[in-house]
Design a binder for this molecule. Structure first.
Ligand code: NDP
Length: 238
């Protein structure tokens, strides 16, 4: 199988877990990260067999050029995972232009640029799967997350419109809304123990929990599902 997958945010956390899963299933995997990584880091076991692309997902021209290169090399682009995301919590009173723009720019605009560029190539081949990583923050209000929650609600709305527009080309688009998942993103959150007390299943989610659901939503087994959002949160939004 020579299918090709691109995973934004594939250098760490949830995106990395999904990228590994895709690699196990035989995909040629491209992972996107914003950090400039050294050769020795990229040749380490962690990234073995993966192709790293260093780009800022908010930069449309760069997304466009890199996706074009991938398509020109393989003549296909089968799967797009949009997992790149950031948080920068501030209450509305203290929200800065930079905090608003960087969070919405990465989490929402970045997803849009990637969908716009990848879907062009998927349309050529009349086949594709797009999976966006949203968040339960789109549903559950948390102090300081006006920028993050808005970006994720936007991702879910975008998922529905993209699914509607692309269904005629045999392209499915879905999203996953994780609860609290044990990645670097949680490392700056104060009071993790108190947070765990609010989770009915009484633990943080694991990257593997999300990767398993992602694998199903990418596979043929979910071939009749499109435009949907799937919450996976240990019951935190119940
Ligand atoms: P991490 O902080 O572990 O990883 C973030 C990833 O996004 C990294 O690969 C990072 O690249 C990449 N990234 C950030 N900004 C850019 C950018 N401008 N251009 C390209 N890549 C970028 O996050 P998680 O894995 O935890 O989160 C993944 C997704 O899941 C996010 O969308 C997040 O909002 C969502 N999510 C996470 C939850 C959690 O509890 N962890 C809960 C709900 C949703 P680099 O390594 O180069 O910095």
């Amino acid at each position: 199988m020579n299918k090709v997958a691109v995973v934004s945010g594939g250098s760490r956390g949830i995106g990395y877990g999904i990228a590994r899963k895709l690699q196990e299933k035989g995909y040629t995997v491209y992972i996107i990260g914003v950090k400039n990584r050294t050769e020795s880091e990229l040749s380490s076991k962690k990234y073995s067999g993966m192709n790293y692309i260093n780009l800022d997902i908010t930069d449309y021209a760069s997304v466009k050029n890199n996706f074009k290169e991938i398509y020109e090399k393989h003549a296909r682009l089968d799967v797009l995972i949009n997992s790149a995301g950031i948080v920068d919590d501030k209450k509305i009173k203290f929200m800065t232009v930079n905090s608003w723009n960087s969070v919405v720019g990465t989490n929402l605009n970045g997803v849009f640029w990637a969908i716009k560029c990848a879907s062009n190539y998927m349309i050529n081949n009349r086949e594709g799967v797009i999976l966006n990583i949203s968040s339960v923050a789109s549903k559950k209000a948390v102090n300081g997350q006006s920028n993050y929650a808005s970006s994720k609600a936007g991702v879910e709305a975008l998922t529905r419109v993209a699914a509607l527009e692309l269904a005629q080309y045999n392209i499915r688009v879905n999203s996953i809304s994780p609860g609290y998942i044990d990645t670097d993103m949680l490392s700056n959150v104060i009071g993790i123990k108190e947070i765990i007390d609010t989770i009915p299943l009484n633990r943080l989610g694991r990257v593997e929990d999300i990767a398993e659901l992602a694998a199903f939503l990418i596979s043929e087994k979910s071939g009749y599902i499109t435009g949907q959002n799937f919450i996976i949160d240990g019951g935190v939004t119940l």
